[in-house]
Design a protein around this ligand. Structure first.
Ligand SMILES: [Zn+2]
Length: 116
């Protein structure tokens, strides 16, 4: 049986390596992630299985963590626009009313909210 997972898309033989995955702008780093390396493309590749394993590791690093992505509508309070935060997120992050956060404008499409 041909081992598909040891071949790159380009057809060259890829080898098994351990790599480091950086997520969330480098705020979360997963070490010892199984991946493939193609010397011809000079690229690291993750098979579906590798991604699954990396996700398991992420859960160990951040217990109870699930990649949080949710669509919310902007609402208006007085003259300001606000974005309601989900209860789960508030509990997970331990946020309190009146707490100060730092809002960083990354670009026209991205805001980062730093707590503490
Ligand atoms: Zn390749």
């Amino acid at each position: 049986m041909r081992k598909v997972d040891e071949e790159c898309f380009c057809g060259a033989k890829a080898r098994r390596i351990k790599t480091q995955l950086e997520l969330y702008d480098g705020n979360v780093v997963i070490n010892d992630v199984d991946a493939l390396y193609c010397p011809k493309c000079n690229q690291e590749l993750l098979t579906t299985k590798d991604v699954k394993k990396a996700r398991e590791k992420l859960k160990e690093i951040l217990p109870g963590f699930q990649a949080f992505s949710i669509r919310k509508k902007i609402t208006k309070v007085g003259n300001s626009l606000t974005i309601p935060l989900a209860k789960e997120l508030i509990e997970y992050m331990g946020l309190k009313k009146g707490e100060e956060v730092r809002i960083i404008l990354k670009n026209r499409n991205r805001l980062i909210v730093d707590v503490a």
